[in-house]
Design a protein around this ligand. Structure first.
Ligand code: AMP
Length: 422
């Protein structure tokens, strides 16, 4: 029997690690400069954390997607399908709701959903997640949107677009849902099965349908933005004003909705053309009532998440593609047995400052250079009897073939200069 990875999961091999690190580093830099602290929560939670967070109106699609199982004590556990609920559970449990507001938190890591697998849709995937908790002012919505845009930019993307909308206040939302029920119930027979279910549980989500026939019906309908009340409209306009003054580009999208009940006012997504049907890199919005649903105080928040796999897919479409994996700066080759000890000691010393590998056995120069090349090294350093007599290393720049004798005492300085020039 040939063992295989679970369908919809993937390995991240050493050569693929550089772009992953790049996304993590970009998020860390942008979000921590904006005052966010990183929070790492467990990969699984008691199932109630997600059940309570999604509420009763969550479509069954969301619930069916969860990997829930019984542990040996008979408790139901769920592999996290999203970050927010677990982060909120941790926020309350650790008393962060008593901290000065706002509290800004970011996370990254794997998530699990029992999805139909296709390009951009996996069963284990990764997200970067960000939340601003405790304040309801429009400037915090704008800050969240801006930080999504800037984080994607720091990942190396240049062609991502923000789509901005509003689902209004709870009364606007209820009015819009009532309008949709009235408009769609007579034609429910023509909707897809998923949309029929959404029409029953959470009509707004019908707008998210990708089904062509659903889309035809949806095209004739009013959008959430058409039914905004005065307060929600003023808030929406203030968000736009901040984004314009900070130079963050966005497009208004009147049809943007967020799936769950507790979303209100600002809703947004980031998209990228050219990565297939699943063009959404991420999305987010303002929420109210989520912290309360989970047993905390009434406290608003705004947040977003983007999918790392989709961002990497988008990065590969940018000029120059994704960041290349890099090998060591120097690969040391012992030309005799005595040199194995010498180069290994040298490598361990140099590794305090540089990426240095070495051959674990004596090599002839030809084979040693080949090994250095295969390791992706910039320079090979050869050490044998003649080099030892000189107290030097024969250093070869592998790309150009340039050869130099470098005294062992000057080696660190030499590497410093070459590393800076790489
Ligand atoms: P969501 O948490 O559903 O709002 O999704 C936010 C982002 O996570 C999406 O825009 C995608 O980039 C990513 N995402 C969601 N589900 C998946 C999945 N099954 N596989 C890969 N990426 C996903």
């Amino acid at each position: 029997m040939k063992l295989q990875a679970v369908k919809g999961t993937h390995d991240i091999l050493p050569a693929d690690q550089a772009p992953w690190r790049n996304v993590h580093d970009a998020a860390r830099t942008v979000l921590e400069r904006a005052g966010a602290g990183r929070i790492t929560t467990p990969v699984f939670e008691y199932a109630e954390v997600f059940e309570k967070s999604v509420g009763e109106s969550a479509d069954l699609v969301v619930q069916k997607e969860m990997y829930t199982f019984e542990d040996r004590g008979g408790r139901l556990l769920t592999l996290r399908p999203e970050f927010t609920a677990g982060v909120m559970r941790a926020f309350i449990e650790n008393g962060m709701h008593t901290w000065p507001m706002p509290v800004k938190l970011w996370s990254d890591g794997p998530l699990f959903r029992a999805e139909n697998v296709q390009r951009g849709r996996y069963r284990q995937f990764h997200q970067v997640n960000f939340e601003i908790l405790g304040l309801g002012q429009a400037v915090t919505d704008a800050e969240a949107v801006a930080l999504l845009y800037r984080t994607l930019e720091a990942c190396g993307l240049t062609r991502h677009r923000i789509r901005l909308g509003s689902v209004g206040d709870p009364t606007d939302r209820a009015a819009y849902n009532a309008y949709l029920r009235e408009a769609l119930t007579p034609v429910a027979e023509d909707l897809s099965e998923t949309s029929r279910e959404r029409l029953r549980l959470n009509p707004m989500r019908v707008l998210d349908s990708k089904d062509a026939r659903d889309q035809e019906l949806i095209r004739t309908l009013k959008r959430p933005l058409d039914l905004l009340g005065d307060d929600a409209r003023a808030h929406f306009e203030a968000v736009q004003r901040h984004l314009r003054s900070w130079g963050v580009p966005f497009d208004i999208d009147p049809a943007i909705v967020r799936g769950l009940d507790y979303y209100r006012r600002t809703a947004f997504e980031a998209h990228y053309e050219g990565i297939g049907a699943q063009s959404a890199l991420g999305g987010g919005g303002r929420y109210d009532g989520l912290i309360e649903n989970l047993g905390g105080p009434a406290m608003p928040g705004v947040g977003w998440a983007f999918g790392t796999e989709r961002v990497l897919d988008a990065m590969a479409q940018e000029d120059g593609g994704a960041a290349e994996a890099s090998g060591p700066l120097l690969f040391l080759v012992p030309l005799d047995d005595e040199a194995v000890d010498e180069v290994s000691a040298l490598a361990h010393r140099l590794r305090e400052r540089f990426a240095v590998s070495f051959a674990y056995q004596r090599r002839n120069p030809g084979k040693g250079l080949k090994e250095a090349d295969r390791a992706g090294a910039a320079y090979a350093g050869l050490l044998g009897a003649s080099e030892r007599a000189l107290g030097a290393l024969r250093v070869k720049h592998l790309a150009s073939g340039e050869q130099l004798e470098i005294g062992l005492a000057q080696l660190a300085e030499f590497l410093e200069g070459r590393q800076a020039a790489l």
